[in-house]
Design a binder for this molecule. Structure first.
Ligand code: ADP
Ligand code: MG
Length: 739
């Protein structure tokens, strides 16, 4: 390769090709004091129950334990003792700093480190960490997006420990840091983060679920909580390629790149043998996560080349969300140590699958079990059917809200493409369960008539349902899988918090409705419960069953029929997000005290702001790369072709100008498209704090994105004819297949 024209690319290829083959064993080797049995060190960096028992006086332990189990506020009287214990525990393990970890509306994880040391006024210093510092930190969060919620003169926010998520130690070459998961609010109590609404929605869910349970004669002592099992997909690309691809480095995705001769057509990657370099990385990630108490369980190759998945065992939704943020942090950090880059972008490479995140969702408690699991007897089944109907109704009525929280510039590139759920929100129940609901529904009217005996709520037991009903139906965005629902529309880089909040909230509302309905139809007579449930099933099936679809979500038949019977699943972020300020969503969130109108509007603005910023950054970058990398490569090659033709002809040798003309035409198209693109990028002149962001978002979507696609198509065609040694960007083939 000519190293002057594409020195960066040649160097990247050479460095991957000449990598020491045992490098992974060096990077991924466990430290000498890591036991081989993970149960010996699982959770060793977590201030968990074991640590609490050891470090806290018994009475304080009991009080803290109750706070955690009941999800209530920490008693300030015990906070000092807990803080002291936590500090001793952390310092014994080498920590010298602590930080409140919070989740601002960017969807990222934020931290600000403070030292344990305080000057003692006599020239020395004391290690201090008071209850106040534990329970409440102060964060000048003026630079976090707040959608106009906090003007800068009241920029102070405060953070408060979420006791249901344990503190932990984060290791780094710089030492250990005590991390305290916290909520982040303004001084006036406005939620500026993604955790506060989870806690609020848990409360709403608990209240309404408990109401329904009481109707069934169960009086739960422990709160009913949501559970989340989050499967996380990601790409691993050698770091040397990323450093010479400004698009991967800055935007996290390839803005240019011709389709390689081989992509994922052979299906030879999914569940294939994991390459040893990747396996060493995975094992390293897992050991770190075990120490942090994250119950990682599954790892495998995904469909696209260089794409993988990691999934822990489910936990309470709040903890699972925190742990997913930790997983993303550890994946990124560890990849760098292994000389790779972990891409969590939803669609890093065109023409092959992008990455998503699946939220497996159920509700329950250790006391009442999983409320989405069919029961063993008619009474339990009746209860299960009520919870099932609540989900059907909730999804049918609030699909737009759920769609809105999974929209982003990057996830728009994935949703609706063949790898991800289609752009229609539907619920996969499986034929058997759908049929059963139908039978229960008709039962009320038809019992007694001749023919097939229909099922009766409170009398008949459900036939055993397969834990995993038939085909997993990957074409459904929301699927019932035996004892939980799997929501598959989340983007890989997204926080799971918003989806969890919407699921909890919409379910709370439907459970509230169900409880009212049952109470009204029973009129205080417990003997009429079965009849009331039957009536509820009938009503929900009449009004909301349109959301159930068990077929192929990509079939033409469904694509044509769905818009008439199903809630819309708007194709892009600017279409989807304005639902936040619809009367339905506002009423829902206000009623269950999840968000005030102000908070909703702020979230809408922030999500649209993120969208505009993302598209604008990508567009500017696309222009820069076009001008400084792609155009120069193309004209150099044209020069070579032209020189070759003219020197041949000078010698009287016949030389065709066909290639030269073809390239010239592409260059002309590219130049024109580039000029257009520059003109259009300049049109987006929205600045933070400006009134209405929606018009800018719409313009990004309808004007900028198509212009980028057009520019790219010229570049990708040139990549296929320009000499390899002149092309500056590592190709898809190199990035996806060289390890
Ligand atoms: P698949 O790839 O087939 O969807 P995985 O085993 O990768 O399945 O992931 C399934 C996820 O669902 C895991 O995180 C698992 O712990 C979680 N899960 C299992 N049961 C429940 C449940 N009752 N509630 C929530 N999540 C669950
Ligand atoms: Mg799954």
């Amino acid at each position: 390769m000519n190293t002057s024209a594409n020195a960066g690319r040649s160097h990247a290829v050479l460095s991957v090709a000449s990598r020491r083959r045992d490098a992974e064993f060096i990077a991924g080797r466990p430290s000498e004091n890591t036991p081989t049995d993970p149960t010996e060190y699982f959770g060793c960096n977590v201030f968990d129950d074991r640590a609490m028992r050891r470090y806290l006086p018994k009475a304080v332990y009991k009080s803290l334990r109750a706070t955690i189990d009941m999800g209530t506020r920490l008693d300030p009287a015990v906070a000092d003792v807990v803080a002291n214990a936590m500090k001793s525990w952390a310092m014994e393990r080498g920590a010298d700093h602590y930080t409140h970890v919070f989740y601002p509306l960017t969807g990222l994880t934020a931290e600000k480190h403070d030292s344990f040391l305080d000057p003692d006024g006599k020239g020395g210093s004391l290690a201090q960490f008071s209850g106040n510092a534990l329970v409440q930190g102060e964060a000048d969060g003026s630079s976090f997006p707040s959608g106009g919620l906090r003007s800068t003169f009241e920029a102070r926010g405060y953070t408060a420990w979420d006791v249901t998520s344990p503190a932990y130690l984060m290791e780094s070459p710089a030492g250990m840091v005590l991390c305290i998961p916290t909520v982040f609010l303004s001084w006036t109590g406005i939620a500026l983060d993604k955790k506060t609404p989870i806690l609020r929605s848990n409360q709403a869910l608990n209240q309404q679920a408990a109401r329904v349970l009481r109707i069934f004669g169960v009086d739960p002592k422990l709160p009913i909580a949501s559970n989340g099992g989050l499967e996380q997909e990601y790409f691993l690309i050698d770091g040397s390629f990323v450093s010479v691809r400004p698009d991967l480095l800055i935007a996290g995705r390839a803005l240019y790149g011709a389709t390689p001769a081989k992509g994922q057509e052979f299906d030879d990657q999914y569940y294939g043998v994991i390459p040893s370099r990747v396996l060493a990385f995975m094992a390293d990630v897992e050991r770190q996560l075990y120490r942090l108490g994250v119950p990682v369980k599954t790892r495998h190759n995904e469909v696209a080349p260089s794409q993988y998945e990691i999934a822990p065992t489910f936990e309470t939704g709040n903890l699972a969300t925190d742990h997913n943020q930790l997983i993303m942090t550890v994946l990124r950090k560890t990849a760098r140590r292994h000389g790779m880059s972990c891409l969590l972008h939803e669609k890093p490479f065109g023409c092959i699958n992008g990455s998503g995140k699946h939220l497996n969702y159920s509700i329950g408690s250790p006391e009442v079990g999983n409320l989405f699991a069919p029961g063993e007897n008619p009474h339990e089944n009746a209860q299960f059917l009520v919870f099932l109907c609540a989900v059907i109704r909730a999804l049918h009525r609030h699909a737009g809200f759920l769609r809105a929280v999974v929209s982003s510039a990057s996830n728009d590139r994935r949703l609706g493409a063949n790898e991800a759920p289609p752009a229609i929100m539907s619920l996969f129940l499986g034929d058997q369960l759908t049929d059963i609901l139908e039978q229960f529904r008709s039962g009320v009217e038809v019992t007694g008539t001749a023919g097939k005996r229909l099922m009766n709520v409170g009398v008949d037991t459900l036939p055993p349902l397969p834990a995993d009903p038939g085909d997993r139906n990957r074409t459904s965005p929301f699927a019932f899988v035996g004892n939980r629902f799997e929501f598959r529309a989340l983007g890989s880089s997204m926080s799971a918090a918003d989806s969890l909040v919407v699921l909890n909230t919409m379910l709370a509302e439907s459970l509230d409705y169900a409880a009212d309905f049952l109470e009204e139809h029973m009129q205080g007579d417990q003997a009429r419960l079965g009849e009331a449930v039957q009536k509820l099933i009938q009503t929900v099936m009449d009004e909301d069953a349109a959301v159930i679809f068990n077929g192929n979500g990509y079939s033409e038949e469904w694509q044509n029929r769905a818009p008439w019977c199903c809630p819309p699943f708007p194709p892009t972020t600017p279409d989807a997000v304005p639902v936040f300020s619809s009367p339905e969503v506002m009423a829902l969130c206000e009623k269950y005290q999840i968000f005030t109108r102000l908070e909703l509007k702020a979230r809408q603005d922030i999500q649209l702001e993120e969208y505009v910023k993302t598209v604008h950054t990508e567009a500017s970058l696309a222009v820069r790369m076009a001008r400084t990398q792609i155009y120069p490569a193309a004209v150099r090659y044209r020069q070579e072709l032209a020189a070759s033709v003219s020197s041949c002809r000078a010698l009287g040798v016949d030389a065709s100008t066909a290639s030269l003309e073809e390239l010239s035409a592409l260059i002309a198209g590219f130049e024109k498209s580039l000029a257009e693109m520059e003109r259009k990028v300049a049109l987006v002149n929205w600045r933070p704090g400006e009134e209405d962001i929606l018009p800018s978002a719409r313009m990004c979507c309808s004007v900028i994105l198509p212009a980028m696609e057009e520019l790219r198509s010229w570049a990708d065609r040139m990549e296929c004819i320009v000499a390899e040694d002149l092309w500056p960007l590592p190709s898809y083939q190199e990035m996806l297949f060289m390890k």
